[in-house]
Design a protein around this ligand. Structure first.
Ligand code: MD3
Ligand code: FE
Length: 213
């Protein structure tokens, strides 16, 4: 683990080696076969995101003209999200330090040119649990700010196999992806980048609530 100088942000460069990355891509492909990528849209305006999304686990994040929300089924097929791969449950157990499993894994696909503007993640009902991010494929220029919009920001290059955890005071920071560096990895056959984010969505209860950091 590497210190980032930002309280609550833990960074594991190359947490997954090349063979573990290939296994994860296989697991993501199986998820995508069952739950195809959809194009999320901004609430109200309906403007499409440049990032495509799908999910696995009991709950998945979706966004359409109505709202941002978590739901148990795919917005287009109506099928329940596929189960979370064991490797991701094991990652959560290793790095999240909360006594309850991840409930949602959002899979973002960045084709060449896609980006994600600065935002906070606040659609979960539990901010005591961290968000755990895994990067696969092309490297990305990741921007992190503070908990208020308009503050100072720093940037970090996330590479394939990197894991970064946002907990405690960092759980509600502004963050986004400025750009993806096309051709920086050969992991994904079609190029581009995947980002997997593991989250707790519903409130921690019992011992998990008492023991959360
Ligand atoms: C800091 N994803 O899915 S990963 C997102 O690379 C999202 O696709 C980006 O922002 C991506 O919401 C950034 C790093 C990340 C993810 C979630 C966070 C940083 C975070 C939640 C809270 C604070
Ligand atoms: Fe986010």
């Amino acid at each position: 683990m590497v210190e980032t100088g930002i309280e609550g942000v833990c960074y594991w460069p190359a947490y997954f080696d090349a063979s573990a990355q290939r296994a994860l891509v296989g697991a993501v492909s199986a998820v995508v076969d069952a739950a195809p990528f959809f194009t999320p849209r901004m609430p109200r305006t309906g403007k499409p995101f440049s990032v495509r999304m799908t999910n696995c686990g009991p709950l998945g994040w979706v966004s359409d003209k109505t709202s941002y929300r978590y739901q148990p089924c795919h917005p287009e097929t109506g099928a329940p999200w596929p189960p979370m791969p064991d490797a991701l449950l094991a990652l959560w157990d290793d790095v999240a330090a909360v006594g309850a499993p991840a409930e949602a894994c959002l899979i973002n696909h960045y084709p060449a040119g896609a980006r994600m503007g600065l935002h906070q993640d606040r659609d979960e009902a539990e901010f005591a649990a961290p968000v755990v991010s895994v990067s696969l494929g092309d490297s990305a220029v990741f921007r992190l700010g503070g908990t208020v919009r308009g503050g100072k920001t720093t940037s970090l290059r996330l590479k394939s196999g990197d894991v970064i955890v946002f907990g405690g005071p960092a759980r509600l920071i502004y963050h986004g992806i400025d750009r993806v560096l096309s051709g920086s990895s050969t992991l994904l056959a079609g190029g581009g980048r995947y980002n997997l984010t593991l989250r707790r969505v519903t409130p921690l209860t019992g011992n998990a609530a008492k023991e959360a950091p």
